[in-house]
Design a binder for this molecule. Structure first.
Ligand code: HEM
Length: 337
């Protein structure tokens, strides 16, 4: 009898085990798809899949520190790693292609009447100093900024981790510190040349006649022609935009939220890349694109025939001011206009 009871106990035990397993299987299968974000064992991936964000509780007053992942962060990352790179590649490479094709088609714009041998002061020493200070800072800011956008996919595989990290650190220091002389240069350019850069009727005529760069025409212009006025306003407006957004990025969260920082970075990146493309065109015209142009910012003096062909109205004003026989070495107090 005792044996019988013992066997019965095993059988009942076995049935109970099977029954428990049978109950457990549907229980696992019917796990709710809703998860409890505050449960202690919740998995980060589940949380992200369902809520699209990972956020915790913190005991410090800085609310934004509780957000680890959010949809806006992913959109921003996509912008930074995909969209901005496409924008940069299209505008910068596109501009280089346009300039090469244009050069092959048009060649250098020559001084058609040849050099006269007489020069006239175009930019004084202070103007040239401000120009080269701003230009040098711009080139270094552009290269160090492009490293942030394109360095990882382009340079990292070439340089390796150590060298890329060292270069990027130096590039970042340069980007931060040279922003100050650059911003001062933009302000100085604004004040120094504003009088000569207000658009007027002569500019409409200049544009209608292709600015003399497309054909062989020489439309009249005062000290700055419509193309140069365009460059001036790109530098002033672009410079102010990159400076404001750049300082927002450099001093994070002073009056800005995460969304504000992301917006500042998007504007900074896009404006900087368009700015770089525009400056490539400016550098082209100032060097291989036009004979005699570089001298204006190099020695500060240009040939009379160059001035006659490209800035006739300005030359006439200067001649009236200083007399026709004088080789004008005096810096101009006020720009013509
Ligand atoms: C006052 C002037 C400027 C300031 C204060 C400034 C500041 C900054 C800061 C703080 C960053 C973010 C760096 C980081 O993420 O670690 C940045 C990025 C960048 N800057 Fe500037 N910058 C200035 C001018 C310029 C100029 C003139 C250019 C180029 C023409 C430029 C091009 C860029 C580029 C391409 C990036 C990277 C954008 C990205 O991929 O996210 N910056 N800048």
């Amino acid at each position: 009898m005792a044996m019988l009871f013992a066997r019965l106990r095993y059988v009942v035990g076995a049935f109970a085990l099977v029954w428990l397993v049978a109950l457990a299987v549907p229980a696992v299968a019917q796990q709710p798809t809703q998860i409890n974000p505050t449960a202690s064992s919740v998995k980060e991936q589940d949380l992200l899949r369902q809520l699209q964000r990972v956020e915790g509780r913190i005991s410090i007053p800085d609310e934004k520190a509780s957000v680890l992942e959010q949809p806006e962060g992913r959109s921003w990352r996509r912008f930074h790693e995909v969209t901005l790179r496409w924008i940069g590649a299209i505008v910068i490479l596109g501009m280089l292609v346009v300039l090469v094709v244009f050069y092959l088609w048009r060649g250098m714009v020559r001084i058609e009447s040849g050099r006269s041998g007489r020069t006239i002061v175009r930019f004084n020493a202070f103007e040239r100093f401000v120009h080269w200070l701003t230009a040098t800072c711009f080139v270094i800011l552009a290269l160090s900024g492009l490293n942030i956008t394109f360095g990882k996919p382009l340079l990292l595989p070439l340089l390796g981790l150590e060298a890329f990290a060292a270069w990027s650190q130096w590039a970042k220091y340069l980007h931060n510190y040279l922003s100050f002389p650059f911003a001062i240069g933009v302000i100085a350019i604004f004040l120094m040349w504003i009088a000569g850069n207000i658009p007027n009727r002569v500019d409409v005529e200049w544009f209608k006649r292709g600015g003399g760069i497309v054909g062989h025409d020489h439309p009249p212009a005062y000290r700055f022609n419509a193309g140069q006025k365009g460059i001036y306003w790109i530098v002033v407006i672009g410079g102010v935009a990159v400076a404001i957004t750049g300082y927002i990025l450099m001093f994070p969260f002073y009056g800005t939220t995460i969304a504000g920082m992301q917006l500042a970075q998007i504007v900074h990146g896009i404006v900087a890349l368009l700015f770089t493309a525009a400056m490539l065109a400016h550098i082209y015209i100032g060097t291989i694109g036009m004979e005699g142009a570089f001298e204006a910012m190099g020695t500060g003096e240009v040939d009379h025939n160059w001035a006659k062909e490209h800035h006739r109205l300005w030359l006439e004003q200067e001649m009236a001011r200083t007399g026709p026989n004088e080789s004008q070495r005096q810096p101009m107090a006020t720009p013509a206009e």
